[in-house]
Design a protein around this ligand. Sequence first.
Ligand SMILES: Cc1cc2nc3c(=O)[nH]c(=O)nc-3n(C[C@H](O)[C@H](O)[C@H](O)COP(=O)(O)OP(=O)(O)OC[C@H]3O[C@@H](n4cnc5c(N)ncnc54)[C@H](O)[C@@H]3O)c2cc1C
Length: 415
Amino acid sequence: MSGTVHIVGAGLAGLSCAVKLADEGQRVALYEAARMAGGRCRSYFDATLDLTIDNGNHLLLSGNTAARDYGARIGASDALVGPDECEFDFLDYETSRRWKLRPNASKLPWWVFFADRRVPGTGPLDYLDAGKLLFARQGATIGETMRCEGLLWDKLWRPVMLSALNIEPAIASATLAGAVLRETLAAGGDACRPLVAKGGLGHAFIEPALRKLQSQGIEPRFGARLKEVVFDGARVSGLRFGDEEFAIRPEDRIVLAVPAWSAQELIPGLVTPDDHRAILNVHFKIAPPPGQPLLLGMVGSLSEWLFAFDDRLSVTISGADRLMDAPREELAAKIWAEVATATGLACDMPPWQIVKEKRATFAATPAQEARRPSAQTQWRNLFLAGDWTATGLPATIEGSIRSGYKAASLATRPI
Ligand SMILES: Cc1cc2nc3c(=O)[nH]c(=O)nc-3n(C[C@H](O)[C@H](O)[C@H](O)COP(=O)(O)OP(=O)(O)OC[C@H]3O[C@@H](n4cnc5c(N)ncnc54)[C@H](O)[C@@H]3O)c2cc1C
């Protein structure tokens, strides 16, 4: 393709699109409204803690093939760390019982036959029910597809699905849950190893991408908020950023990699997900005690996942809309009490910070799933990317990178 691909939005969808196109030797221009790249996946310096923290702890799995490919393209594969074998530590806060979930590496799930690999108190046959998600009817909820009660639900499926879908799982889309299951646990433990950006999201996903783009002469324009897309019949003929308008030549293409709510404002008649769910993170400035697992799943507590970074302990709570207006000090104190119990750290609450992301992901219900548009639009030179487009996955890093790659392929096809 001889023209320039204008990519609007430097979150992971826009960056992955730019990186793929740059690898192919295409001309790229990248625009971002904020002063920094990363969107909903970013690191920043927090003055209260005097630390660089992430807007939210992000968990990936080894079966996230696009995310790993992107990591390799930007030379940051080693920035994601995790155990060599699939292993998840859990704590039942109410009973103090701890266990490790240890699916075996291969696709044949023989691990369910070993009590020390599965959830305590469950039997091998209990695990069969979740298999129904793999064959779920389009439009069905998880609640309509599998049993959403009992010990295995409470201690495994609910917490896992809540973190993957960021919504109360019983009302979530069964096909989205099935897609996650198919690519991870059902693909064997090798596809299900937890991966964490231990040095921060910026270090793993953003800064190396910007360096790579810069090395190829691509300098993102920050502070460039797209205000208007100028349409001319079947194509886009201009992009207006404030007072500045860029003419789009016939050989150029546009990839709109902005969040759903921005895309809806910019494109007339575009149907997108319009219901979102929050995620809340609490960061405590304290070194984890020796032996603290990188990731601890907590059930029976307000805290859901406890991440152990070198300089902080950090808790993630998904589907956290109910907590958005909770008094911050009370919330931090309650969560610290849980973290102190979970880690055995018997000290006063260390410096803390709460980060709320109100529109962290679209609500992964069947109704919202039905509102996700494809990457192709009715305008032949305009393509969409973002975790909210029809990726077949929930709003995740994997989904946003796949959407970026897809838009890159479409944008370089002859039209
Ligand atoms: C707290 C939190 C925790 C999460 N945890 C996980 C997790 O554990 N695992 C996982 O896989 N995923 C997780 N996610 C989801 C993941 O972060 C997102 O799916 C992903 O970052 C979305 O990337 P994106 O590029 O599609 O969108 P965004 O990151 O929203 O990027 C869009 C970009 O467009 C820019 N923009 C908007 N409007 C305009 C405009 N008009 N002009 C120019 N630029 C514009 C924005 O500033 C932004 O930079 C989490 C998200 C949050 C918020």
